[in-house]
Ligand binder design. Structure first.
Ligand SMILES: NC(=O)c1ccc[n+]([C@@H]2O[C@H](COP(=O)([O-])OP(=O)(O)OC[C@H]3O[C@@H](n4cnc5c(N)ncnc54)[C@H](OP(=O)(O)O)[C@@H]3O)[C@@H](O)[C@H]2O)c1
Length: 108
């Protein structure tokens, strides 16, 4: 089953995306969430805790994943978004598809 990582699957919009993906049952869904986060994730979502100031934690979280969906808060600094996009392209086996900084998906 393809693996899909989603940032912030506990967010206002991210939660609905994660629940819809799980309902379809075609992917395993893993959420990237900050270590200090108190976000409540939908049942069935795997979670990987990351520290955006340590890009290697994102590379680890994305390793072996087939796709990445970014649903960060609109108030998140651009620098954080760039860190995720760069991490998706780093590391052997990291997500094969990654978002452009505007959130649209592109091939690797
Ligand atoms: N809400 C709406 O009605 C709505 C409507 C249309 C479009 N949108 C767009 O959809 C996107 C997501 O919006 P949303 O309302 O779903 O976001 P949100 O619930 O406010 O935040 C989503 C997640 O972002 C993470 N986050 C928050 N601040 C962060 C920071 N400084 N650094 C890293 N992560 C941070 C948190 O995840 P963790 O705590 O798990 O780390 C949080 O659960 C935005 O681009 C927004 O403009 C939203």
């Amino acid at each position: 089953m393809p693996s899909l990582t989603q940032t912030q699957a506990g967010g206002n919009s991210g939660r609905f995306i994660a629940e819809a993906l799980l309902k379809k049952g075609k992917h395993t869904v893993t959420a990237i969430s900050r270590a200090q986060s108190t976000s409540k994730l939908p049942e069935g979502v795997n979670v990987k805790k990351v520290d955006y100031s340590k890009p290697e934690t994102l590379v680890d979280a994305l390793r072996g994943q087939d796709a990445l969906v970014v649903t960060l808060s609109g108030f998140t600094p651009q620098e954080t978004v760039d860190t995720i996009v760069n991490a998706a392209g780093d590391g052997d086996g990291a997500a094969k598809r990654r978002p452009k900084s505007d959130g649209a998906m592109q091939g690797r």
